[in-house]
Design a protein around this ligand. Structure first.
Ligand code: A3P
Length: 309
């Protein structure tokens, strides 16, 4: 695994105990000093926990189910703060000279900064790397944090890394990278816990992927209440329909089909961003010893905090 790990992790760095892409260095200061606004709406999460799903839900609640406006690409409506830190833009541009990339790709921090209020901001940053004004409580934007059970998150991350980052190892080795905190934004457990511990200090709504799967209308109502919005029963039903897996999968504004098409070509692989949307795939995919290790860590990290998946 070491040779492979070193190859796959070329360019990863560790910042405050979290694995980050090397490009983060170029944006660290800008993010630290990012001017937060009290009316910003942030979605924070560990990757593959239902971020895109939550973004589409929150954007539509705030914009009164403006499904016409929601045809604009999600990355433009609800940009990803540190996206440009994930890759080297110059390399991307050289590989696709014919394509015009938006500033949301070339300089995502600047792009987010200049968005009109209320700004919708996605990030996967751990709490300790959020802009200073949020950490210190100087600004109190609304933050929605979405979490998902670790084993399903790992499976989803595995497919993501195959599709978008060129991972070519097997699933067992990928689980070891996940457990060994050798993937972007790991450690998973501390990522969740650090936000969970801030619940009393931040203006934060904590959501779970599993709850969205079980009762999306309830989560829509809870989120609307958090955002000071009132939706009729009909609106809740319409939004839940818009957000269901089958509709999201074919919605070109949210399914990243253009980026996936480029990636499929580069990595010669099939797949889609909105992939299976299931809970419990780990039962078929993970070995018993891997399940035990995930369960042991989850128990060790979460049991004192009543965080149950
Ligand atoms: P799977 O790979 O398990 O299918 P993120 O947006 O944080 O990257 O999360 C992606 C995960 O959310 C993927 O999980 C994706 O399929 C799932 N997802 C996206 N939209 C969904 C929906 N409407 N219903 C259920 N799962 C959804």
């Amino acid at each position: 695994i070491d040779t492979f790990t070193n190859e796959f992790r070329k360019g990863y760095i560790t910042v405050n105990g979290f694995s980050m892409p090397v490009g983060y260095r170029d944006f660290a200061e800008k993010i630290e000093n990012f001017e937060v606004k009290d009316d910003d709406i942030w979605i924070c999460s560990f990757p593959k926990t239902g971020t895109t799903w939550t973004q589409e839900m929150i954007w539509n609640i705030v914009n009164n189910l403006d499904f016409e406006g929601a045809k604009v690409q999600l990355v433009e409506r609800f940009p990803f703060l540190e996206f440009s830190a994930l890759f080297d833009y110059r390399v991307l541009k050289a590989a696709h000279p014919e394509k015009e990339f938006s500033q949301s790709v070339s300089n995502s921090v600047e792009f987010v900064k200049d968005k009109p209020s209320p700004r919708f901001i996605k990030c996967h940053l751990p709490f300790c790397l959020l802009p200073r004004q949020i950490r210190t409580g100087e600004k109190k934007p609304k933050i929605i944090y979405v979490a998902r059970n670790p084993k399903d998150t790992c499976i989803s991350y595995y497919h993501h890394c195959q599709l978008l980052e060129g991972y070519r190892g097997n699933f067992d080795d990928f689980c070891r990278l996940f457990l060994g905190n050798k993937l972007n934004y790991t450690p998973y457990w501390d990522h969740i816990l650090d936000f969970w511990k801030q619940k009393a200090h931040l203006n934060i709504l904590f959501l779970k992927y599993e709850h969205m799967k079980a009762d999306l209308p309830a989560v829509i109502k809870k989120s609307a209440a958090f955002l000071d919005k009132t939706l009729s029963e009909d609106q809740v039903k319409t939004l839940a329909e818009h957000l269901n897996f089958a509709n999201m999968k074919v919605n070109p504004a949210v399914n990243y089909e253009h980026a996936i098409a480029r990636s499929k070509k580069s990595f010669n692989i099939e797949g889609s961003f909105i992939r299976s949307g299931e809970i419990g795939q780990w039962k078929e995919r993970m070995s018993d010893s891997m399940i035990q290790e995930f369960n042991r860590l989850t128990e060790e990290k979460f049991s004192d905090y009543n965080l149950i998946f």
